[in-house]
Ligand binder design. Structure first.
Ligand SMILES: Nc1nc2c(ncn2[C@@H]2O[C@H](COP(=O)(O)OP(=O)(O)OP(=O)(O)O)[C@@H](O)[C@H]2O)c(=O)[nH]1
Ligand SMILES: [Mg+2]
Length: 267
């Protein structure tokens, strides 16, 4: 990783980005988990196994999966439709809370004839982005099937789901409200986080969305690593760098808690 150039300035995440709709969010905390922040403070660059997340992007033909990704990665919008053949791959590098972190974005083909090839890339995803077209109710109706297929290859308990409506620029406010009601209902049911964006209009929506994906996958990775390595290891890490917290018992005696146990008690 020392061979890589530094992360671009516009890929640095220091604050947890907000969800799109509090009614359909993976969580609505306004900051990263305290333990995650604590760990990142003391071991910024050394969390090798945690620093990448595989993300698969699925959904009907021509809903705008490729455009969504290229709006973010290249800052461009392609007006003419070029079908994805099988699967495309894009690596996006971030810095989250001072730690290097990358999203491996697997852009799969929506065309039926590629489904068999594309599905071989589903395994081991940390996030699944199911994309539908806000101007096509049938693409929303198919979202559930795309999700089911992607889930067959993954562990449902450890995957973060996002339901993303694209082509927001094509919908009238009335129509949008109607579709969103349905989309939010589905998101609640499948426990996905809902977003509505436009790859064409080029506001901050697409950027905010990918920042949110990066932040939540990062947070989940760090938390699950902490769970795996056990709190003892975490205590070691933290106590090396932070001093203990001094507490007074009711009888006047003094106890010292390592900072990490203080953090755990506060949850
Ligand atoms: N107006 C508008 N058009 C969009 C938007 N996003 C994508 N499109 C158009 O929708 C068409 C399909 O976009 P793609 O991104 O190629 O669709 P896809 O989901 O990758 O399609 P497959 O690779 O075949 O599965 C293209 O003509 C895009 O220009 C959007 O936000 N607004
Ligand atoms: Mg495509």
């Amino acid at each position: 990783s020392s061979m890589l150039p530094p992360v671009k300035k516009d890929r640095i995440i220091t604050q947890l980005p907000k969800c799109f709709s509090p009614n359909a969010a993976l969580h609505t905390e306004d900051d990263f988990h305290q333990q995650v922040k604590a760990v990142c403070q003391v071991q910024k660059t050394d969390i090798e196994s945690l620093n990448v997340a595989k993300v698969i992007v699925v959904g009907d033909v021509a809903v705008g999966k490729t455009c969504l990704i290229s709006r973010f990665s290249k800052g461009e919008f392609e007006r003419s439709y070029k079908a994805t053949i099988g699967v495309d791959f894009e690596m996006e590098r971030f810095e989250v809370l001072g730690a290097p972190f990358s999203l491996q974005l697997w852009d799969t083909a929506g065309q039926e004839r590629f489904k068999c090839i594309a599905s071989t890339f589903y395994r081991g995803a940390q996030a699944i982005i199911v994309v539908f077209d806000l101007s096509s109710m049938s693409s929303l109706a198919h979202a559930r099937q795309w999700l089911e297929d992607a889930m067959k290859e993954n562990d449902p308990s450890s995957v973060l789901l996002f339901l993303v409506g694209t082509k927001k620029d094509l919908s009238s406010p009335d129509h949008l409200a109607q579709v969103e009601q349905e989309a939010i209902r589905l998101s609640e049911e499948i426990k996905a986080e809902y977003w509505a964006v436009s790859a064409k209009s080029g506001g901050n929506g697409v950027r905010d969305f990918f920042f949110r994906v990066a932040s939540l996958t990062f947070e989940t990775n760090v938390l699950s690593e902490l769970e795996k390595s056990g709190s003892r290891h975490v205590t070691d890490i933290i106590s090396e760098c932070l001093c203990s917290i001094k507490c007074h018992n009711s009888d006047g005696s003094v106890v010292f808690f390592p900072a990490i146990s203080y953090i755990c008690f506060c949850q």
